[in-house]
Design a protein around this ligand. Sequence first.
Ligand code: GLA
Length: 534
Amino acid sequence: MIGSAIVVAAPPAVALDNGLAQTPAMGFNNWNSTHCRAEFSEQMVRGIADLFVSRGLKDAGYNYVNIDDCWAEPTRDGSGNLVPNRTRFPNGIKAVADYVHGKGLKFGLYTSAGTKTCDTQGFPGGIGHERQDANLFASWGVDYLKYDNCGDHLGQSAQQRYTAMRDALVATGRPILFSICEWGSNSPWDWAQPVGNSWRTTDDIQDNYGSMLNIFKSNVQRSTDSQRGAWNDPDMLEVGNGGMTDTEYRSHFTLWSMMNAPLLIGSDLRTASAATYAILTNRDVIALDQDSLGVQGTEIGNANGLHVLTKPLDNGDVAVALFNENGSAATISTTVAAAGIGNATSYRLTDLWSKAVTTTSGTITASVPAHGTVVYRVARTGTFSTPPAGTTQASALRPSLAGNAWGPVETDRSNGEKAGGDGRTLTIGGTTYARGIGVHARSEVRYYLGGRCTSFQAWVGLDDEVGDNGTVTMEVWGSGRQLANSGVVRGADGAKRVTADVTGQQYVNLAVLPTADGARYDHADWADATFTCA
Ligand code: GLA
């Protein structure tokens, strides 16, 4: 058997290492409500900052007050500096940023990775001026930059243009969240994790149900590409802008939260209805978006427009969203096992919109109105089973949480495709294993040990079913603490040995994280994975 010893080491820095966006950004951006109309002004921005505090949005987690295109004059000044529009921002941008900071909030700005911004008036873009503009933004107190994709690209690739601004922002020494906005045109999910804190995955959202639905269907396919500090961005919220019903806006807000989207309010809060505020401040739904495990929800079913999404959460619960895309009410059902939660005799379902609480031994079901979404937080209750004394294969235990980005976690098989049981014999570097589990990054499999076990051991690697493809790290976590780390594992590598002292742990998480190198096919095996218990 091919193998090598494992040292516990810090995980590699794969996401942009600026410490920001450890959960998706939350805040406001004026674009969806104002575009370049005259009401986009200093007065509006101050009004929004005031409401963030007075109406509880700040308390609910919203902290960035961002402005979009059309904040600048059409030409740079004699020194080449951008100039704030004299009518909209007569006191300059720094005065606005200071006001926002005075409320304990953060301030964001916009420009473009080309010669012009995107509005038809075409304000000056950042290409060739990255250092000068980044320094100016930092001197104004900017905390967030949205970098669009319009104007001439001067022959540079998207990766070059966005990396140049990333480097300029880092060089300022000010922490500035970097939001890439190239609409998914250059497959940013393949390269943007070390470049930006988020990247748009689609064209612009419009304030109608069809647009929201199309963006959801595209972005939900990208669940394997996001991670802490580096998120898919299906564009800003339209909640409250009037083009959808409140039922549709609740679906929009729920689906964006299930997909770990940045939650940027796009309606004018100065005139927003009570219903809009109620949607935007649903803390139970926000908690899904902001969950510290940072795993984007995946779709486990979408038969005839009846969508089932599941999302593992840091405390061992899972969120399950049942979204009815169609124009008439329907019953949507799944099970706790399909949703990736197990090892208990009963489960508590909390409906995060109605707040109704029910229990189930396995079935999760709801009558869902046309275009509506029912979302549950599913928690284990009742009796948990713990592993027997001696050494037990992980694949013989029922995990308490089984999050996997490509179909279900497989038992004694490789991950295969998205159906259950469609993998092959676990094989790493030519060696086969009869027992173990087959997963796909990003994956989190949790076992309830109840403090009864002492050690975990496994052979780990990428399964030969994907050839030499894939690059991941495989990590063993106890309560809030990393217990072992494989280091970077590549498709061509032989199996590595991972061992972890799990003494006293209530549970152990086996995590597989993608790395940001654009490699795909992250089919990982925890082969001959065993727990030794008292
Ligand atoms: C592009 C972006 C939008 C918005 C406008 C501004 O279309 O995708 O989000 O910033 O430009 O002009």
